[in-house]
Write a protein that binds this ligand. Structure first.
Ligand SMILES: [Zn+2]
Length: 156
């Protein structure tokens, strides 16, 4: 289960709406107690995807048959990730989740999402239609590299 405040959810929704029609991405920092994750900070990051990155990945076609771009791919710069990893260590927190958006697509992990996913993190996906927020779901990678939905609980 992952716990977020309404304000934190609103921040993610806004970020996704502002970057539409491109995918947004970011990290959720917080605490971890067994399977319970509490979000403390939402950290918006830049989508640093470039098509050259695809050369280092297995050939995964885009689900909508559109050319690869920030509209269907996202990437968080490794140096940004490293900096935030340092910060959470100093604050005795964890990176508990990565979020990104699916412009005009359901909040279901794509083949690409599965390929790049780490089992340490939850994956929150925001679905938008015509730049407006529709839905958000959280996913957790299981042993067989299948995603299982994780319950999002809104706390005050
Ligand atoms: Zn995705």
């Amino acid at each position: 289960m992952i716990y977020l405040s309404n304000q934190q959810l609103q921040q993610i929704h806004r970020h996704a709406e502002m970057t539409y029609p491109e995918e947004c991405c970011g990290l959720l920092l917080g605490t971890l107690e067994g399977d319970n994750k509490r979000v403390i900070d939402v950290r918006e990051t830049e989508n640093s995807w470039t098509n050259e990155m695809n050369e280092n990945l297995p050939n995964i076609p885009s689900s909508n048959q559109q050319p690869l771009s920030k509209k269907n791919r996202f990437s968080i710069d490794p140096s940004v990730l490293l900096e935030i990893q340092k910060e959470v260590r100093d604050r005795s927190l964890n990176i508990i989740a990565i979020y990104h958006s699916h412009p005009d697509h359901p909040p279901i992990p794509s083949a690409f999402d599965r390929e790049i996913a780490w089992s340490d993190y939850s994956y929150l996906i925001v679905s938008l239609r015509q730049s407006k927020f529709i839905n958000i779901k959280s996913w957790k990678l299981k042993e067989n590299r299948h995603f299982e939905e994780e319950i999002i609980t809104i706390v005050a």
